[in-house]
Design a protein around this ligand. Structure first.
Ligand SMILES: [Zn+2]
Length: 269
């Protein structure tokens, strides 16, 4: 009960701070409070380290490259302020495994799936933020010969893929550095765990791109004549028209799929 209460208080601090810093919307702060309470309160400090590493590094990258991306922003579903949909899509699966840890306190798989899920969303975020710096236009993951505009869903690049690998490896490194002490006797396996979490994260991020290139709902703004993930209204206020993908598969669900694939691959490996 003490840990849950401390987790709740810590989550309030983080959610409120992020809201004040305009990194989270009001709904996003509520989502972060829920997720934070589960992860800090039922997981523990090691779990908090990984969640904060994801949250702080992705927020910092969004801020650092915000100007560079401002011109492309209409291509992306949402700006720098994350709402509850984004918060739950990115951290919901991680919170699920932190919750499962409460019921299986001696298990290693909860930690591995938790880390792999965060590695996937971290890889995806780093790739999105750093991929725009690639000197040439990205290529569609399903048709590598075809160059597409920067910010197009499903577009990949060398910088973006390296950033994804870096983002996954960053979480994987922390995952073995702060691994709950219960599992440390198996320390000869740590390099293997590091590779496993990195690969899971990278695969999750690539799956995200694959969905973006194939079945994610993509719209067109007739006013700006631009492809966009925004619906029903574009940044200019004009109603967007769907041009491809499944109507229900929005950006949040694609991120949720990224987190899920990371966790499932982490579990199965
Ligand atoms: Zn428009």
């Amino acid at each position: 009960m003490t840990q849950l209460l401390l987790g709740f208080l810590f989550a309030i601090l983080i959610a409120f701070g992020a809201y004040r810093a305009h990194s989270l919307s009001k709904s996003g702060a509520w989502g972060a409070l829920l997720e934070g309470t589960i992860i800090f309160g039922l997981g523990g400090w090691q779990w908090a380290v990984l969640l904060l590493a994801f949250f702080i590094s992705s927020t910092a990258l969004t801020r650092l490259f915000g100007q560079k991306k401002a011109a492309l922003n209409e291509k992306f579903d949402k700006g720098g302020v994350r709402d509850i949909g984004q918060v739950l899509a990115n951290g919901g699966i991680a919170a699920l495994f932190a919750g499962l840890h409460f019921f299986f306190p001696a298990a290693l798989w909860t930690w591995m799936a938790f880390a792999a899920s965060l590695a996937a969303v971290n890889a995806d975020t780093w790739a999105t933020e750093l991929g725009v710096l690639n000197p040439t236009e990205p290529r569609l993951i399903t048709r590598l010969r075809r160059q597409v505009e920067r910010g197009t869903s499903g577009g990949i690049s060398v910088y973006g893929t390296l950033a994804a690998a870096g983002g996954a490896a960053f979480i994987a490194l922390l995952a073995i550095l702060v691994m709950p002490s219960l599992h440390i006797p198996f320390s000869s396996l740590l390099p293997y765990y590091f590779i496993l979490v990195t690969l899971s994260g990278l695969t999750g991020a690539l799956f995200d791109s694959l969905l973006g290139a194939t079945v994610q709902a993509i719209y067109h703004c007739p006013q700006c004549d631009k492809e966009t993930e925004k619906h029903p209204l574009h940044t200019c206020g004009t109603q967007t028209v769907q041009i491809r993908g499944w109507k229900w598969l929005n950006n949040d669900l694609v991120n949720l799929a990224c987190a899920t694939v990371g966790a499932v691959i982490g579990l199965s490996l």
